[in-house]
Design a protein around this ligand. Structure first.
Ligand SMILES: *Cc1c(COP(=O)(O)O)cnc(C)c1O
Length: 395
């Protein structure tokens, strides 16, 4: 879809985006940039992609009218149930798409970075499905903290390589993956997990996640008879589930787009991941965007209770949506998200991912009228967060 909010010919979203990469990566990026649209837009690709989404992932995911939540907040709340996808979150929409591109390009080996392990699991899953070799880079500290996901990736046949530089977390894993790609340009494809990184990744990932808003449009019309919800809402880490939730509404200016970032212990606590609230313009992982940095331009370590939201940058499209005031940016603290996680569970019988719970602050932070409707993307399920919930709720 062409929209002034989508990427332009130069790979830019307004003043954000682009491909700010070492010269040695240029051939890989150029190669991908030159072929990705031609591959994705073929009938053959679309057929296989949509079939896999249907029979393997379980799409379309339902748009569920949350009756008790709606009564409590005196408005109409609909949940887009990405938590019901195979592997438990939206990430698989993207990894299925990218692995089909990789295969079409003749690549035999897949690499990925992962923080909490969710993108690593989604990548290892599609590699098993396609019979391709998979190497996942993960910070050494994250490997220790996320043992169940490490075990899942190994069971799926992936090799998990520890990144031992820096703070030994996501940022370091990403650097290792980029290094690997430079060394193995011929046979290797790098599957990035969010709408971040150099062009064309943010655009490619947004296209694969756009299935979310494509379905919302049809389902909302079916359910309500009206064309547009008043609000569509999603949490943002890098911003892929939000980009997918917004995509087909970008030019429907009467629909308010709301993104919720994680403010951890509070915006001014020093322990936060509220990139839009605190960040300024810089370059991270090959893309110009807002990021949290100190006076010397060093990236500030982010913090959030939800591993999927503690990224120090944000996808360039979201930076542009902020610049143009097309989207509203809110933030939720750990405590606010925890309170919502328990409330959603008790009112609807749905245990949300810690990340997804952040999005629900829209119900208390904006003045939504009783006759209005709010679609909130439930990006994932809470199974992976049970140890956090057990501790925080004394279960
Ligand atoms: C990874 C993850 C996120 C954050 O990633 P985005 O790219 O911002 O969507 C949110 N929710 C869940 C369940 C995740 O696994």
């Amino acid at each position: 879809m062409s929209s002034k909010y989508n990427v332009d010919e130069q790979g830019m979203y307004g003043r954000f985006g682009g491909a700010w990469i070492p010269e040695m990566l240029q051939p890989n990026i150029d190669n991908l940039k030159n072929v990705y649209l031609d591959i994705i837009n073929t009938e053959e690709f679309q057929k296989e992609y949509l079939e896999l989404l249907k029979d393997y992932v379980g799409r379309p995911t339902p748009l569920y009218y949350a009756k008790r939540l709606s009564e409590k907040y005196n408005t109409h709340v609909y949940l887009k149930r990405e938590d019901l996808n195979h592997t438990g979150a939206h990430k698989i929409n993207n990894t299925i798409g990218q692995i089909l591109v990789a295969r079409k390009m003749g690549k035999k080996r897949i690499i990925a970075e992962t923080g909490a392990g969710q993108h690593g699991v989604a990548t290892a899953t599609v590699c098993a499905l396609m019979g391709l070799k998979c190497v996942v880079y993960m910070g050494a500290l994250d490997i220790e903290r996320q043992a169940p996901n490490v075990a899942r990736m190994k069971m799926l046949g992936a090799e998990v390589k520890a990144a031992t530089s820096g703070n030994q977390t996501l940022k370091d894993a990403t650097n290792e993956a980029l290094r690997d790609w430079i060394c193995n340009p011929e046979d290797t494809f790098y599957i990035i997990g969010s709408v971040v990184g150099p062009h064309p990744y943010p655009d490619m990932v947004a296209r694969f996640q756009s299935i979310i808003s494509k379905e919302i449009k049809v389902q909302f019309k079916e359910k309500t008879g009206s064309e547009y919800p008043d609000y569509v809402v999603a949490c943002v880490g890098g911003g892929s589930n939000a980009a997918g939730t917004f995509y087909h509404f970008l030019d429907d200016e009467q629909v308010k787009l709301v993104a919720v970032e994680a403010s951890g212990l509070g915006i001014n606590s020093g322990e936060t991941a509220a990139t839009i609230a605190l960040g300024d313009v810089g370059i991270i992982h090959g893309s110009k965007t807002f990021l949290m940095q100190d006076e010397d331009g060093q990236i500030v370590e982010p913090y959030s209770i939800s591993a999927g939201l503690d990224y120090p940058g944000i996808g360039p499209q979201h930076a542009h949506l902020k610049d143009t005031d097309r989207a509203i940016f809110l933030d939720a603290t750990d405590q606010e998200a925890l309170d919502f996680a328990l409330e959603i569970t008790r009112l609807e019988g749905i245990i949300p991912a810690m990340e997804s719970a952040h999005a629900f602050v829209v119900l208390t932070k904006l003045n939504i009228a009783p006759n209005q409707s709010v679609v909130i993307t439930m990006s994932g399920r809470g199974d992976k967060d049970m140890s956090t919930y057990m501790k925080r709720f004394n279960l």
